[in-house]
Ligand binder design. Structure first.
Ligand code: ZN
Length: 256
């Protein structure tokens, strides 16, 4: 049977039987990957304090012939991120990132940029470079961009204008972007069920647009006011849930 080795982050862990654990990772070379760690609950040196939620590890695994679940043979701790697990708001933001990556990715479909984004998110939460809610916003906007669902914030998705006199602007999840006042009204008259979108200020749209453009290392330059934080989180939650066609439960624990 084939064995392999890859850097990986724990995005889910649960007990299995009396002494085993089933662990879900987002890994660099395999994408989403689930494995069974036998004897993980006994104080086996190879796993003790390693298979914790959000730990960044190097794992050794063996493929199974009969199932997609691999056997975790060994884990080496690269970065433990202990402070995330000790603080409610950091934990909530990391849980949101883990849950979104779980639902947006598949097994055997690696994306180095998503792995890098996850590590940036965890490091940012661990070191408190910015409030956890800002990290949650930046993670979401970068993830959507990597997945090909970058919201269109350059102007109205109907008439391309971007000017305060055409406002207030709204964000339409079904159109993946902004609508000016006039187009939102037309849209609403044509399709009342589809709705005219959500209130969205141009200043928050500009902030999110900057976040789309900046590299990860420069994202800590951005500053979100309490109003912009609330608005961005609301829009990203509704837009993301609409794309995934499911409710992501971790959103309920994010501080606005
Ligand atoms: Zn318009």
């Amino acid at each position: 049977m084939n064995s392999g080795r890859t850097p990986a982050v724990v995005i889910g862990v649960r007990s299995y039987g009396e002494s085993d654990k089933i662990v879900t990772f987002y890994s660099l070379s395999r994408g989403r990957l689930s494995g069974i760690a036998k004897g993980a609950h006994r104080s086996l040196k190879r796993f003790v304090n390693k298979l914790e939620l959000f730990s960044h590890l190097e794992i050794l695994y063996t493929e199974s012939r009969s199932s997609s679940l691999v056997r975790i043979d060994q884990a080496e701790l690269l970065t433990p991120f202990p402070l995330i697990r000790a603080d409610y708001n950091r934990y909530a933001a990391a849980s949101l990132a883990a849950e979104l990556i779980f639902h947006w990715t598949r097994e055997n479909d690696p994306d180095e940029r998503i792995f890098e984004l996850l590590l940036w998110t965890l490091a940012s939460l661990e070191n408190i470079k910015q409030p956890p809610a800002w990290t949650a916003i930046l993670f979401n906007i970068k993830l959507l961009t990597l997945l090909g669902y970058k919201p269109a914030l350059e102007g109205c998705t109907e008439c391309a204008t971007l000017a305060p006199r055409n406002g207030p602007y709204r964000f339409s999840p079904t159109r993946n972007g902004l609508l000016c006042r006039r187009c939102a009204e037309t849209n609403n008259n044509a399709d009342p069920e589809g709705g005219a979108g959500l209130a969205f200020s141009l200043s928050t749209a500009r902030l999110l647009q900057k976040a789309q453009e900046l590299p990860l290392a420069k994202l800590d330059r951005l500053r979100f006011s309490p109003a912009a934080t609330k608005e961005a989180l609301t829009i990203l939650k509704i837009y993301g849930n609409s794309l995934l066609q499911r409710e992501i439960t971790s959103w309920d624990f994010i501080e606005r």
